[in-house]
Structures are given as C-alpha cells and as structure tokens.
Design a binder for this molecule. Structure first.
Ligand code: ADE
Ligand code: ZN
Length: 331
C-alpha cells in the first residue's frame, strides 16, 4: 500500500446521484420495473454518455430518475460510503437533491430516511462518518430554490447540516438566490454554492458578495483573477476542488494545467473531492492519488487538505474533534 493509499481522507463535495455507477442504475431500474434508454450509457459500456456540461446535467437527471424507494437511496448511500471507507475516507459530506425525490413521488422525508439508514449502516460497519447538504439547482430558477430551502428548513434532520446550490452556473445570478439562502442561513444551515466551474471568476465574486457562504463548490476559475484569489485566501473561504471532474468536463486539458497547486501556493484553503465519481471515472482515493502523482502534492500537503476538509465540514465541534483525533492517529 502506498503512503497516499493509507492517508486519512475526507470529501465535502459529492452528489449522491452522481455516485451511482451504471451497474447500480441498471439493477435499481430493473427492480423498479423501469426501462432506461440505451442512449444514457456509453456505447463501450461501463459509463454514462455525455459530451458537454449540459449533456452531463441531463444524463445525471436520467440516472437519478431510476430511484423510487427509501431502500434505493439506502443502498446507494451505503455502497458509496463503503467504497470511500475502503479508500481511507473518514468523512463524506454528501449533496442530496430533494427535488429529484419529489419528482419521482417519493418525497424528501422518505429520501432522507433511506439515506440516513445507509449512513448508519456504513458508520457501524466501517467507522466512516457522513452528513448531508441538500442542494437546489440553479437552472430550475429562484422560486424552486426558495421552495427547496423552505422545505429543508421546515423538516430538520440531525444529519442535514447545510444547504447548497448546484446546476448550470450560466443561468440566473447568485443574487437571485439570496432569498433561498437567507431561509437556509436563518435555519442555522451552513452554506456553499457552485461557482467558478463553467463560469469565470466573476461568478465566484458575485457568489461571495450575494450569499452567506463559507465554501465555494469548485471555485477553480478564481485563479483567473489574482485579486479574487487573494481575497479568498484572506477570508479563509474554502474551495471544494474536484480535479477529476474538471478534467472530465474539459475545463483543463490535463492535471499539470489544473490550478490546484497554484491555489494552494497562493494561500487558499482547498479540499479534494470527487463531485460525480460515476460520471467522471474517479473516486476520492483517485483524487488524492492524482494530486500526489500528477500535481506534485506531498503526503504532508494531502494531510493538510484532509485537515482543512474537517475544519470546513458543516459538523458540530464534538464530531470535528473526533475526526481530527482520527487523522492524528492515522486511521
Ligand atoms: N450537479 C452535479 N454535478 C455538478 C457539477 N459538476 N456542476 C454543477 N452542477 C452539478
Ligand atoms: Zn458539484
């Protein structure tokens, strides 16, 4: 086992529907009597079919559409956490999408109970800790985002620790979503928002100016504005960096061109994440391995990244202390 394999890892940015491997999507579709379109999968098999960011978002919705029951969510969550634990992850903060559960007629409470069952089973069997961040999706617009925030605020759950926004950054502005984030913030939920992924540094600037966020999902394109990078570093805003996702979506041609190293060197607080591992052929272990082998991060730097993730996780202080203690013990 290499040093990187055995390092304690943590991730703050993974979408549950994006963690569903095609084989699991097929199995769940079968037991739910659903026929998935062949066009959802790549011809070579083994992957999902998409070429552009928007096609990815559509394929993602297509995969999410197989879910029907609490057991489907429990199986998906448990399986993902088991795989993460096998790669050395001690903590996973997962984005979940209440509107997918509503669209399939399951509802948020039933979705949550299945996911929580998966979390409990994985923690009992592997010690991995997990918490949840419901997200609204930007391309569905501010009204739907506000409805999602109100739902999440009205139905608190001990594992739901934050609120976020994913989706197509090129639609609407962050300020349009300020009412939704205000509801979440007032409910005591810590906030994060996707920005600086498909859109440039201005999207990050607009997000931190308009929304009560302590973290940015991706944020890598901040590197195009040195003043913004300096401000992120000064304010300690944490970037949920997802290199494998960025490469798969064509933001950067290769790992060497990826700005992770430069963001770190500029003093930004960064974490490593898999985003949608089943779509981007990655995993949290792979992200750490790539940062080590192809971006030149040392084992000490990777350990600092794990510590940053635990510091920035939306968890209570007791859980944070316990996870830091595990990092120091190395397990
Ligand atoms: N939803 C799932 N993955 C996403 C990503 N990488 N960007 C925006 N929205 C997403
Ligand atoms: Zn994401």
């Amino acid at each position: 086992m290499s040093t990187v394999d055995s390092l304690p890892k943590a991730e703050l940015h993974c979408h549950i529907e994006g963690a569903m491997a095609p084989a699991l999507a097929h199995a769940i579709a079968k037991r739910n009597d659903l026929t998935l379109p062949a066009s959802l999968f790549s011809e070579q098999g083994g992957g999902y079919a998409w070429r552009t960011f928007n096609e990815f978002l559509m394929a993602y919705d297509g995969a999410a559409g197989v879910m029907r029951t609490t057991e489907d969510y429990a199986e998906l969550m448990y399986g993902y956490l088991a795989a993460c634990a096998a790669e050395g992850a001690i903590y996973v903060e997962m984005f979940i999408s209440p509107d997918h559960a509503i669209d399939i007629g399951l509802g948020y409470a039933a979705q949550l109970s299945g996911i929580a069952a998966g979390i409990d089973r994985a923690q009992t069997e592997f010690g991995i800790v997990s918490r949840l961040v419901p997200v609204c999706r930007r391309h569905l617009g501010p009204d739907k985002a506000l409805a999602t925030a109100k739902l999440v605020a009205a139905e608190p759950h001990p594992y739901v620790v934050g609120f976020g926004m994913a989706g197509d950054e090129l639609r609407h502005t962050p300020a349009d979503f300020a009412p939704a984030f205000r509801v979440a913030d007032n409910a005591g939920l810590a906030c994060t928002v996707h920005a600086g992924e498909v859109d440039g540094p201005k999207s990050v600037r607009d997000a931190i100016d308009a929304l009560p966020v302590t973290r940015i999902g991706h944020g890598v394109r901040s590197i195009e504005d040195p003043a913004l990078v300096a401000e992120l570093a000064r304010r300690g805003i944490v970037l949920e960096v997802c290199p494998g996702s960025n490469l798969a979506l064509g933001l950067y041609p290769d790992a060497v061109s990826h700005p992770l190293r430069r963001l770190l060197d500029a003093g930004c607080r960064v974490t490593l994440n898999s985003d949608d591992p089943a779509f981007f052929a990655t995993s949290i272990g792979n992200e750490y391995a790539m940062a080590s082998a192809q971006m030149g991060l040392s084992a000490q730097e990777l350990l600092t990244i794990t510590r940053t993730a635990i510091d920035a996780a939306f968890i209570d202080d007791g859980t944070r202390r316990a996870l830091h203690a595990r990092i120091e013990r190395g397990s």
